[in-house]
Structure formats: structure tokens, C-alpha cells
Design a protein around this ligand. Sequence first.
Ligand code: AMP
Length: 450
Amino acid sequence: MNDFEILNLSNQLYRAVEELGFDKPTPIQEKACPVVLSGKDVVGIAQTGTGKTFAYLLPILRDLKYSKQVNPRVLIMVPTRELVIQVVEQAKSLSKYLNVRALGVYGGVNINTQMFAVAEGMDILVATPGRLYDLLVNRAIILKSVKKLVIDEVDVMLDLGFRFQLTNIFDFLPERRQNIMFSATMTEEVDALIDDFFIAPVKVSVAISGTPLDNIAQQCYSVRNFFTKVNLLSHLLNDKELYQKVLVFVSHKKNADKLFEALEEQFGEETGIIHSNKSQNNRIRTVNKFDKGVTRILIATDVIARGIDLEMVTHVINFDTPGFPENYMHRIGRTGRAEQEGKSILFYTPAEEEAMQAIEDLMDYKIPQIEFPAEVEVSRELIAEERPKEITKNPNRNTKSQLSGGGAFHEKKDKNKKTNQGGSYLRKRKTYKKPQTKGDKNFNRRNKKK
Ligand code: AMP
């Protein structure tokens, strides 16, 4: 018996996976396949490399009957052109013994050529949201037959600023459909998207493989607020012998920028920052400098840090406590690689205690507490989200987002209910527009001066 048979697929699919040389399903495939087959909405938390693509392709292909119709019945949205190509390839390799047509569309190539390809018809459409939206606006494609929607690497997609396109694409889809989403990290934006568009989704996740917890010494500090965290971090980083290569995680770009400003004052050129509002070139340059040891400290947001490969990080500092425990596992996995012992330090405020508890529950491990150093100044200054709620500007704000900084997308829940349409396009555009890459400009200016 083929080990894939526990997934309750079909002979054609068993043959295809066997020919690909896979002898048993990966844990995410075992967990996600039955849920996808059940027809319920699914949220899968899994990184690239776990076999997540087959985890949704296999059950989808099992239920996709032969058809000659032109309009797609399965829509898979992914953030990048490379991923479109990869998913189409995987879909084709699995459907070797099925009669299924998969087509990929993405930006950066001639749209007319893709319009012709689309007109030929397909069963599975794999697309980046930007190009798909353009095709929809041009009436080149009709999504009314879509029964299953997959959004893969949704964290990256939202971080790249595709929320606007995604929300608009939902308007072209039939209401009755199965939603399947995969994300490596949970963020408030992802959570808000699920809240808005998914119906009672089943969450499936796998333990983060290859995270050698035994190899990582973990510690935590109870810290009053943001600026006290800044003081504590500066205090620790003063020990240059010990803190040689430090990756500092911050959940939000805004707070990451704020921390960068503060650290830059003290550590100047020793500090770098990356998040999705920085240009790709700037990110590559910053990561290279950190990797080579030119800079000692790198501030990063969760989603962006995932795509980079770093050697020998001595310390991971969790400047904030991730609201989603899986993110903590991803973060600390960046240190303690290979035979090296890594160190992880977590800062938590009273508001973040619950999130820390969730992390400890997930690991089944109590993170050793270090006493707050007496010589570090406790700041009284509060940042906007630490001030009492009455004075926040928007009374409709979803309180769930207050935990670690307030995600902008929570405010948009009401807006998505499609009332009050007058002039909404401009308003939306304004809301979703990416903040300017101020950090990049400063970087350029500084470098010019030299
Ligand atoms: P993914 O996480 O979807 O990016 O997949 C990572 C890699 O794992 C791909 O190259 C797949 O071809 C491969 N893969 C998928 N499922 C299995 C499996 N059951 N056994 C071994 N490799 C697999």
C-alpha cells in the first residue's frame, strides 16, 4: 500500500506522486488534506519546504472533474511570478494522469499574450493578484465558476501591499466557494483578512521543523513599555563582545522604524533595518552588510526576515512578543543553527503577557526570567498604542489589534461591507498606499555625504 492512500485520494494521483519519488505525505499534507476535502474553509500555517503546495493541490485535484468549460473552477493566488510558475509546474506534475488544465498569469510580461492564453480556457488558474486584477478589469477573465479559492503565502502578499487588489478580486468571485489560505507567519493583517472573508475556518499547522530548541538558550525580561524596551536593548547592545550579531524582531514596520531611529542615535552605522517598505536593493544591501559583519544589529519585521538566509546570528531579540506563537518559533529558529548554540531574548510588557503565555504553552517550556537591570532607566513616555484607549482616534477600532501595536487593516472591516460607496476608491487608495520609504532616503542622503 502506498502511504499516500491514507489521504483518500485517487489512483491517478497515487501514481503521479509515486513517479515523483515521494513515498509518504508530509505532516502538513496529512493534516490539511482531509480538511480541504471536507469543503470547509482552511487556514494552514506552514512554511515553504513543508510540502504545503501539495497539501492543497492533492485534495483539490481529487475533486476536480473533467470539464471543457473556459472559466476556471479553481483560483490560486500567490505573491510572486516565480511562485506562479512553480505552482503551475507542480499542478501539472500531479495531473499527469488526469485531464486538467492549469494556467499561470503574472505581471511583468505582455498582458495581451496572457489574454489569448486565458481565452483558451483552463480548470486551474494560478495568478499574482496585480495581473489578475488587470485581467478582470479588462474583462478578459470571468471568475463566476470558481468553487475553490487558494491564497498562498498570504503574509508575503499582504506585506507587499496587495490587500487592495485582493479585496477587489473577492468582489468578482461567487459568494459560495471554499476558501483555503496558507501563510508561514500569522500577522494582524492576515488575521483581519480571515475575519473579513472566511467562514469558521479550520486552522491546521505543523510544528516548525528543524528548530533545534535544545540548541537555543532562551530568556525573557518584563519591561514596562516601548521606550523602556529601547533603553534595555541599548544597555544590552553596549556589550559588543557578547552581542556580536544581533537580529532584532519587531512586528510592525512603524515600530521598527521608531526603534531604528532610537538605536541609530546611539549605535550609528552599526544598525540596519529591513521591512517591506524598503526597496529590494536597499534590503539586499542591508542584509549583506549584516551578514558580513559590517553592521552588528539588524532590525527586521517577521515576514521580511523569513526570506533571508543568515549565518551565525549570536542573538535573536524579540523586541515585542508576537501575538501568534508560531512567529516566535520562526524568529528564534534564526539563531542556534547547525552546531552553534544560539541565544534568544524576549521583551514583554504587561499587555503582552497573554501572548507570552501562549508561546510557553506551545513550547511546553517556561522561558527563564531575567531581572530587569537596576541601572536601566524606566521611561514614562508612551507610544500611541500604549496610551489609554479612550484617546485613540478611531472609536471603531477592533480591540483585538491592540495587543502588540494595532494593525491598520482592522479599521477596514466595516468598509468591506460595501455600504457607503461614494468616492470610496480614492479613500481606499489613500488608506492602502504604502508609506514612503523614508528610511531609504535617509540612507541615500547619508551615503552621499561621505
Ligand atoms: P513546498 O513546501 O510546497 O514548497 O514543497 C517543498 C518541496 O517538497 C517541493 O519541492 C515538493 O516537490 C516537495 N514535496 C512535496 N510533498 C512531498 C512529500 N510528500 N515527500 C517529499 N517531498 C515532497
